[in-house]
Design a protein around this ligand. Structure first.
Ligand code: NAI
Length: 523
């Protein structure tokens, strides 16, 4: 393993160079300030907005993006990845000087071929493994944030040396710099965001759900699992000492318990899912999907954000943060709430009553779409044993009756204008398996037509949902929270997550149609 440090940097390589930092956001500000404090000649390129004003306030010469690109020998492109292709093509590409060095903080745009790079320049990566404010703080404290460097084009024969010199300028070689390809950086980054993070989030939300169902006090559960900051502290120690060494910081009971029980969670399915995610990333399928999503105005993202805002867990967390007054949670102090900081027993009782009311409200909410389960980290954790009961009574259907309801539902779905409109321009097959009833059916959206039928689909389906008959019936009757059922292992999903999310857009219509068909059939 090769780690580059200060001693690997060619001195004065950047001394005579003009460096333009394009974008003055998270990374732009941190890197521009660090480079300037390292004695380098830095200007800023920015459109006219609040970021430009901040750069001026920090005493930088601020130019329009195209001007800054044309004035510099080294151009750091530190604007959001989503806008990079357009801004690069319109304002940067033709302004770059021959022999200049173009620098990215993320491998994404280059790795997935979103930019047309001109010949005759060096193209390098300098990607801090730290958010912008952390890059700045570490530098000011005399440390540095580790970073990846990489080379995509080496016109000068010195591209790596430039990347290292810039890494030194932002303080990264104080900590350690690793060389990767642009593709490796982008893929690792996406893997963390799309596989490791959500898998971890799912463990967390499932644990919360289980413990609340078992009657542990909500505030104790959240504090125990993560809100006290103990877990974040332990992660810090793992980063500092390593997984094995940090174990000695815990009691022997903890060591014995976690090591002897860990084997229970070595689930082959987890590895398969992580690999699926990685394949999607490496094939470019995710990058293509995201580009299409953006071209359509990001409707799925809007839907996911809405769902996240709505989740009871967020409300619970806010309550708990308020309740804990000005105490520090995690590694960062939280904004002190209005009112007294120390809580009397009465205030505490009131808080618990409020929490309970909140939980009861969330338990009464009807179950959301089945496909909500595709966003496990945004899971709609319903924290009471009776969660998902949805109020009202629910008659369990026997298999012949359920089959008749499904047939009626599919027939109504085929004639429904809202579903037909949704189906236009699409080709989606989803398969449902109701395991205990040995009943399967298919719903297909095929360019304006909606078809379906009992039995396995004639062609491979993009979405497969499997559950018990009663779970299905409750879910489409709006009596069961599907995410809650997924967390409890009552619904399993396989197939293409994006397609499942797309179907979610008509989930309300499916519930409407199913409810009407059910009422008609059972009388
Ligand atoms: P940001 O969202 O903070 O960028 C804001 C800047 O972009 C502002 O200067 C704004 O004027 C400019 N900007 C936004 N939209 C624009 C448009 N349509 N046209 C022209 N300028 C526009 O960006 P952030 O988070 O600093 O990311 C920059 C690069 O750094 C990205 O490649 C990102 O992947 C990478 N990166 C970001 C990290 C972070 O801490 N957020 C960590 C490591 C890498």
């Amino acid at each position: 393993m090769r780690l580059y440090h200060d001693e690997d940097v060619v001195p004065d390589l950047l001394r005579e160079k003009a460096i333009a930092v394009i974008g003055y956001g998270n990374q732009g500000r941190a890197q521009a300030l660090n480079l300037r404090d390292s004695g380098l000649n830095v200007i800023v390129g920015n459109r006219v907005d609040a970021y430009a004003a901040r750069a001026k306030a920090d005493r930088f010469a601020v130019h329009p993006i195209a001007t800054a690109a044309s004035l510099a020998d080294v151009v750091l492109l530190l604007i959001p990845d989503e806008v990079m292709p357009e801004v690069f093509a319109a304002e940067v590409r033709s302004r770059l000087r021959q022999k200049s060095v173009l620098v990215f903080a993320s491998g994404y745009a280059v790795a997935f071929g979103l930019l047309e790079l001109p010949p005759g320049i060096d193209v390098v990566l300098l990607a801090p493994r730290m958010i912008g404010s952390g890059v700045r703080d570490a530098y000011v404290e005399g440390r540095g944030a580790p970073a990846f460097i990489g080379v995509a084009q080496d016109y000068s024969g010195q591209a790596r040396a430039y990347a290292l010199a810039l890494a030194a300028g932002i303080g990264a070689t104080r900590a350690g710099v690793v060389e990767v390809t642009f593709a490796q950086e982008a893929e690792l980054d996406l893997f963390t965001e799309q596989c490791f993070g959500p898998a971890f989030g799912h463990v967390l939300t499932t644990s919360i759900d289980l413990l609340l169902e078992e009657g542990y006090p909500p505030e104790a559960v959240l504090l125990e699992l993560y809100m006290s900051g103990e877990f974040a502290y332990t992660l810090g120690k793992i980063a500092e000492l390593g997984m094995v060494e940090q174990a000695s910081l815990h009691s022997t009971t903890s060591q014995y318990g976690s090591m002897s029980r860990g084997i229970r969670f070595q689930i082959p399915e987890l590895r398969r899912k992580l690999r699926e995610g990685l394949i999607e990333i490496r094939s470019g399928a995710f990058a293509r999907e995201w580009a299409e999503e953006q071209a359509q105005g990001a409707p799925t993202l809007a839907m996911l954000r809405e769902a996240a805002r709505d989740m009871p867990l967020a409300a619970l967390e806010t309550e708990l943060r308020r309740a804990l007054g000005s105490a520090s949670l995690g590694s960062h102090p939280v904004t002190p709430p209005p009112g007294p900081e120390a809580r009397t027993p009465t205030q505490r009782r009131r808080l618990i009553a409020r929490l309970q009311a909140l939980l009861r409200r969330s338990a009464r909410r009807p179950g959301p779409a089945a496909a909500t389960l595709m966003a496990p980290t945004m899971g709609d954790v319903l924290p009471t044993p009776e969660a998902g009961a949805g109020g009202g009574t629910h008659t369990t259907l026997d298999t012949p009756m359920l089959r008749r309801v499904i047939e009626a539902f599919l027939s109504d779905a085929a004639a429904d204008p809202a579903l037909q409109a949704f189906s236009r321009g699409r080709g989606i097959t989803s398969a449902y398996a109701l395991t205990d009833a040995k009943l399967a059916f298919t719903l297909r959206f095929d360019d304006g037509e909606v078809t379906g039928g009992i039995g396995a689909p004639p062609e491979p389906s993009q979405v497969q949902l499997s559950m018990k008959a009663d779970t299905f019936d409750r879910m489409l009757s709006g009596h069961l929270n599907a995410t809650r059922a997924t967390l409890a292992g009552d619904i399993t999903f396989d197939g293409d997550a994006r397609t499942a999310l797309t179907i979610q857009r008509v989930q309300k219509d499916l519930i409407r149609l199913y409810g009407a068909a059910r009422a008609r059939v059972i009388g």
